[in-house]
Every structure is written in structure tokens, then in C-alpha cells.
Design a protein around this ligand. Structure first.
Ligand code: HEM
Length: 402
């Protein structure tokens, strides 16, 4: 198959269900592959890593949107998204990212560990009740969706009484990362408007009554006399934190569970501590990354001997880089003991995932607890994959615990 045939196959339901053989075919064509005029797909580990660390490659920002999608300002979601650090370049990105990072500290993340343990145990209690008689439990619905959204709400400072309504709205907004047609935009816009209204109200309340949470810390930064972080920038990036950290981590939990269901001996090792939970999570990230690709706008340069021109669309396939045989021995083998780790799943360079430590912490806490609690955990039917390619995960993973 040539590159275009492989990419076409990747778009089919079978290709989305298992893109890895097709990634292997792409590796055979080189690290970077020109697939159409102005379009380059990059699958090599080193090439992807180099692009993400090269500030000449830019993310699609307001200027690019003006070219590609001139009507974007009519959509509340894009008005917010153009302030998201994910979509900013240069000094504006550096300014807002460093202010967020100052509030989203390693200490704040580490301090969440006991709360994450409690939240995971509460969810496992409910699963123990509903699955005690041997009936099937739906892991995605009953655990993987609930833990990350609850953790982000806790981090940001969203009161417990407000959290129940967040999941569907956050999920609708997260569709902005991968929507196929504009008929989905009204629901995505409605979610963006609803979340912004909510955060506006919460910010007003925290201004009068600050707490030990991320939103209070960010408000303290934005309220300094020189106005380094505007209200809009702050509120818009709160919606980003919610959507960027929710389904990604959900899919880390689901993709990891599927590995365990297929390799019970690895699950037993994570449960009894003979397989390090940290190493297990790292290998899940490499083997079946929740984020399969990201993109950049090119400049006049070369990637792995392939010419790139200013304005080219460059797709970096993180999931393929994670299976690059030039980088990883036996890339298709799940091996938590491997010493050649270092997946690309959180990106790299200026846009490296700000929530990586939190996602790793959640996985590192959740898996051992789950496996200690339910050593008999096993599949109770066929898993149902999500049909998306960018965000990779499951809609349903039915299991039994007894
Ligand atoms: C397993 C879970 C996660 C995965 C696989 C993941 C993946 C990624 C990737 C690949 C990027 C870089 C995108 C690019 O370079 O174009 C990114 C950026 C980002 N992530 Fe994550 N993420 C995860 C969890 C989280 C969590 C828990 C949060 C927050 C609570 C979060 C917040 C962000 C933000 C704000 C950015 C933008 C950073 C910037 O542009 O400077 N992510 N993530």
C-alpha cells in the first residue's frame, strides 16, 4: 500500500479499531511522509520529538484559523479555544502557561494523592456492591469516566454538589478535539457557553472567599495590579483544563484495564506489587496512547530529509512514534519492565502536557487499588471501542469481579 492508501485505511472503522499494523506499514515508508501537496505525516519517534521541541513549528493559532476557518469567531467554543494555551504560540503561550504552571504545582498535584485514593475507593465500593453477585459491571461508566472528572473538579475547586452535571457537558466540549462535521458544533458551543457561565460564577465567589484550590490561586495571579492574566484568559483556560484532563485520563484507565484483561498475569503483578504501577502506567501510555496524534504548522525546513514548507500541515502521530521499531525493541509487545521507555504520549517541548504528573498519579493510584480489591476481575463481554482516532479509548468495558 502507498501512504494515501494506508491513511485511507486508518480512517475506516477497522483502521480506527486497530491502527497499529497500519502504523507499521507507515514506518516502512520512512520517518516523515509527504502525503499530498502541503501535507506531511510524521511517524518516526525522533522526528516527532524533534518537531515538538522546535519552536519553528507552530500550533494552529488565531492567524491560521483566520485562513482556514474565517467564521470561527461566530462559535463560542473557538473564541474560548483561541485563548487555550494549546492553541497559542510564542510569548503569549509562554506568559499564560507559566502563570498556570505557577498555580498547577507539583505540590498541588502530590497533595491530591489521598483524595484520589478516597475517590477511587468510593467508586470501587459501589462496584463491589453492584458486582458482588457475579453480574457484569461497566468499568468505563462506573470508574474510568468518574474518577478523572472528579479529580479535576477537586483540583480546580468545584464544589462536590456541582460536580454531577459536569461529566456530560465536559464530554460535549471535548468533542471539539475531533468533530467530523459542523452539525456537532451547536452542542459543542452550548457546552462551551455553559461551562464558561459556571466558571464565571465560581470565580466571582472565590474572589470574595478564596480557598486552597487552583481557581483561587489563578485568581490571585490574575488580580495582580499589572493584569498579567486577563479574566477571559483565566476562564477560558479553566475550561481547557477540564476537557484536556478528563477523557484523556479516562482512556488511560480504560486502555490499561484492557491490557490487564488480556494479560491477567500482568494485572496480578500490579496487584501484588511485583510489577511497578508506575512502570505499568508508562507502558500503557506507550502501547496504547490515549492521544494518538497532534499537529503543527510547518516552516521552511527538513524533517528526516523530507522537505517542509512554510504553512504546511504537519501531523505528528504520537501513537506511531510510540511503536517505532527504530526506537523500541519489540514495539508491539507490552512489557512494563522495558528499559527503553519514554513514550511521546504527553507530547514534548513547549506544549508538553501540563497534567502529565496528575494523569500518572491517578493511574498509579487507581490500578493497584482496583487489582488488590478485585483479584478475580475478568472480561464479561466484548469491549466497545470509541470510533475516534485522535482520542483512543473505549466506550464500554464490561467486567465481572466475582
Ligand atoms: C493520560 C492522560 C493525558 C494525556 C495522554 C495527555 C496528552 C497531552 C498531549 C499529547 C499534549 C500536547 C499536545 C500538543 O503538543 O499539541 C497535552 C497538552 C496539554 N494537556 Fe494533557 N494529557 C493528559 C492528561 C492531562 C490532564 C490530567 C490535564 C489537566 C488537568 C491536561 C492538560 C493539558 C493542557 C492544559 C495541555 C496544553 C499545554 C500547552 O499547550 O502548553 N492533560 N496533553
Amino acid at each position: 500500500m502507498d501512504a494515501v492508501e494506508i491513511l485511507t485505511a486508518l480512517g475506516t472503522p477497522q483502521g480506527r479499531a486497530n491502527p497499529y499494523p497500519l502504523y507499521a506499514d507507515l514506518h516502512g515508508l520512512g520517518e516523515a511522509i509527504p502525503v499530498a501537496p502541503g501535507v506531511v505525516v510524521v511517524v518516526g519517534y525522533d522526528a516527532i520529538s524533534g518537531i515538538l521541541r522546535d519552536s519553528g513549528f507552530r500550533v494552529s493559532d488565531e492567524d491560521r484559523f483566520d485562513q482556514d476557518f474565517p467564521g470561527w469567531r461566530d462559535n463560542p467554543v473557538f473564541v474560548q479555544a483561541m485563548d487555550w494555551i494549546l492553541n497559542l504560540n510564542g510569548p503569549k503561550h509562554a506568559r499564560i502557561r507559566s502563570l498556570i504552571a505557577r498555580a498547577f504545582t507539583a505540590r498541588r498535584v502530590a497533595n491530591l494523592a489521598p483524595a484520589i485514593g478516597r475517590m477511587a475507593d468510593d467508586l470501587l465500593d459501589a462496584i463491589a456492591d453492584s458486582g458482588a453477585d457475579g453480574s457484569a459491571v461497566e468499568f468505563m461508566h462506573d470508574f474510568a469516566y468518574l474518577l478523572p472528572v472528579t479529580v479535576i473538579c477537586e483540583l480546580i475547586g468545584i464544589p462536590e454538589s456541582d460536580r454531577a452535571g459536569f461529566r456530560p457537558v465536559a464530554r460535549d466540549l471535548a468533542r471539539v478535539f475531533e468533530f467530523d462535521d459542523s452539525t456537532q458544533l451547536p452542542a459543542i458551543n452550548a457546552a462551551a457557553v455553559e461551562l464558561l457561565a459556571y466558571f464565571t460564577g465560581l470565580a466571582a465567589s472565590r474572589r470574595h472567599d478564596p480557598r486552597d484550590d487552583l481557581i483561587s490561586d489563578l485568581l490571585a495571579v490574575s488580580d495582580t495590579a499589572d493584569g498579567r492574566l486577563s479574566d477571559a484568559e483565566l476562564l477560558h483556560n479553566l475550561t481547557l483544563l477540564l476537557v484536556a484532563g478528563f477523557e484523556t485520563t479516562t482512556n488511560l484507565l480504560g486502555n490499561g484495564l484492557q491490557v490487564i484483561l488480556q494479560h491477567p498475569e500482568i494485572g496480578a503483578g500490579v496487584g501484588d506489587g511485583s510489577v511497578s504501577a508506575t512502570a505499568f502506567v508508562e507502558e500503557v501510555l506507550r502501547y496504547d496512547s490515549p492521544v494518538q496524534l497532534t499537529s503543527r504548522v510547518g516552516y521552511d525546513t527538513k524533517i528526516a530529509d523530507v522537505k517542509v514548507s512554510d504553512g504546511d500541515a504537519v501531523t505528528t502521530v504520537l501513537g506511531a512514534g510510540n511503536r517505532d521499531p527504530r526506537r523500541f525493541a519489540d514495539p508491539d509487545v507490552f512489557r512494563p519492565t522495558r528499559s527503553d521507555g519514554g513514550p511521546l504520549s504527553f507530547g514534548g517541548g513547549a506544549h508538553f502536557c501540563i497534567g502529565a504528573a496528575l494523569a500518572r498519579l491517578e493511574g498509579g493510584i487507581a490500578f493497584p487499588r482496583l487489582l488488590r480489591r478485585f483479584p478475580l476481575l475478568s472480561a464479561a463481554g466484548a469491549p466497545v471501542r470509541r470510533e475516534t482516532l485522535l482520542l483512543r479509548g473505549y466506550d464500554e468495558l464490561p467486567v465481572t469481579i466475582a
